[in-house]
Write a protein that binds this ligand. Structure first.
Ligand code: PAF
Length: 354
C-alpha cells in the first residue's frame, strides 16, 4: 500500500515536472538569447530581468550524501547569479530512481541529475573505471584522481555518446559489506553469499569473482529485501547505510572498502547549451566549490555515522583484503577487454595511488 502511494506520488510529481518543464521553457526562454532553436553563442550573457530555472534530481536526503553537495551548489550558484537562475531541488528520489532520472536527462524531462557511478555506467560503461574493485586506495588517492581530472575521458564519452555533460563527482565513500548472516573476514566468507548489488555490470562481475551470489535490486527495495531475507547482505558506504536507517536490518558491517562510490553530477547537453555563457561559467564554478565541500563533509560523516551504526548494536570489523584483491584481478582484465579505450585512464588512476 505504502509502495503504491509512493509510486502514485512519484508519478504525479513526474507529470507535474513535465508540465513545469514545458510551461517554463516556453515562458522563461521566450525572449532570451538562447532557445532550443538558437543555442547560446560564446560571450552570451543572460539579459537583465530574465530568469532561468534549473531542476536537479537525486535520490538522497537534503542534508546527507549528495544532498549536502546540492545544497551548497544552490547556495553558491544563487550567490553568483541568483538574479538570473534558480536551482530547484528534487531530492529523495521523488522523480524516480537513479536510472529513471538519468533517462530523463536524455529525454529532456530532467535538466540535471546526480546518479551514482554504478548506475550511470549503464549509460556510459567507461565511467565505471573508478568503481573497479580496490582501485581507489584511500581519500588521498581519490583527491589525486580528482585533482588530475582523470575521469575526463569517460566524461567525454558520455557527452559524445549520450549528449550528457558530466560536471563533477560527489562522494558517497568506500563501500563495506552489511550482512545479517555473518561478518566478512576472509575470502571464503563470500562463498554463496546472497548479496544485493546495484544494477551495474561491474558490481555483478566483482561479486561473482569474490565467490558470492550477487543479485541486482533497485535501491528503493533494500530495506524490505533485507527484512524479508530476499538477500542476506548488501554493500554500501556507512553514510548511505545510516542515511537509510539500514542499521535496523543488519547485524554485521565489515570494512571491506572494496569499491569507492560517488555520484556523477550531470546536465542534459541540450539544456546546457541553451544557458548563456555567464550562467554556464557560474554553474561550473559552483559545482567545483560544492564538490570540495561535499567530499570533506562525507569524510567527516563516514566516521560519525560508523559510530552511530555501532551504537545501534551492529558488529563492526576491519578486514584484511589481500586475498580479495587477488581474486578480482580477472574483473580488471574483463573490463579492459570490453572497454579497451579505458586502459590508459585506468593505468593513470592506478599510478596516482602509488
Ligand atoms: O547502491 C546503490 O544503488 C547506490 O549506491 C545508491 C544508494 C542508490 C546511491 O544513492
Amino acid at each position: 500500500m505504502k509502495k503504491a502511494l509512493k509510486s502514485v506520488l512519484a508519478l504525479s510529481l513526474a507529470i507535474m515536472l513535465v508540465f513545469a518543464v514545458v510551461g517554463c521553457s516556453s515562458s522563461s526562454t521566450e525572449d532570451q538569447p538562447a532557445t532550443a532553436d538558437q543555442p547560446a553563442k560564446d560571450g552570451d550573457k543572460a539579459a537583465d530581468g530574465q530568469k532561468y530555472t534549473i531542476r536537479i534530481a537525486h535520490n538522497q536526503q537534503s542534508d546527507m550524501g549528495y544532498g549536502i553537495g546540492v545544497a551548497k551548489l544552490k547556495e553558491v550558484l544563487e550567490e553568483k547569479v541568483g538574479d538570473k537562475v534558480e536551482l530547484q531541488i528534487f531530492d529523495n528520489g521523488v522523480l524516480g530512481n537513479e536510472r529513471d532520472v538519468t533517462e530523463g536527462l536524455t529525454l529532456g524531462t530532467v535538466d540535471m541529475a546526480i546518479t551514482s557511478v554504478g548506475v550511470s555506467s549503464n549509460f556510459e560503461p567507461t565511467l565505471a573505471a573508478i568503481n573497479l574493485p580496490f582501485l581507489v586506495k584511500n581519500n588521498d588517492h581519490l583527491k589525486k584522481i580528482m585533482d588530475q581530472d582523470l575521469m575526463k575521458p569517460a566524461y567525454d564519452n558520455l557527452l559524445k555518446n549520450k549528449n550528457i555533460r558530466a560536471l563533477g563527482l560527489y562522494a558517497q565513500g568506500f563501500r563495506m559489506v552489511a550482512s545479517n548472516k555473518g561478518a566478512i573476514n576472509t575470502l571464503d566468507d563470500f562463498k554463496g553469499l546472497k548479496i544485493r548489488v546495484p544494477e551495474a555490470p561491474l558490481f555483478l562481475s566483482a561479486f561473482k569473482a569474490l565467490g558470492a551470489n550477487p543479485t541486482p535490486i533497485p535501491w528503493g527495495e533494500i530495506y524490505t529485501s533485507m527484512q524479508t531475507h530476499v538477500v542476506d547482505a548488501f554493500e554500501n558506504s556507512p553514510t548511505v547505510v545510516y542515511q537509510y536507517k539500514l542499521q535496523e536490518v543488519i547485524k554485521y558491517l565489515s570494512a571491506t572498502n572494496h569499491i569507492w562510490e560517488g555520484g556523477v553530477i550531470m546536465i542534459s547537453e541540450d539544456f546546457y547549451k541553451k544557458l548563456p555563457e555567464d550562467i554556464q561559467k557560474a554553474l561550473q564554478e559552483a559545482v567545483k566549490v560544492s564538490v570540495e565541500h561535499q567530499h570533506k563533509a562525507i569524510e567527516q560523516q563516514t566516521g560519525e555515522f560508523l559510530e552511530k551504526i555501532k551504537e545501534a548494536g551492529v558488529k563492526y570489523n576491519e578486514v584484511d583484503t589481500a586475498a580479495m584483491q587477488h581474486a578480482v584481478q580477472s574483473v580488471y582484465d574483463e573490463f579492459i577487454k570490453q572497454n579497451p579505450g579505458a586502459k590508459d585512464m585506468i593505468n593513470k588512476m592506478i599510478e596516482a595511488g602509488k
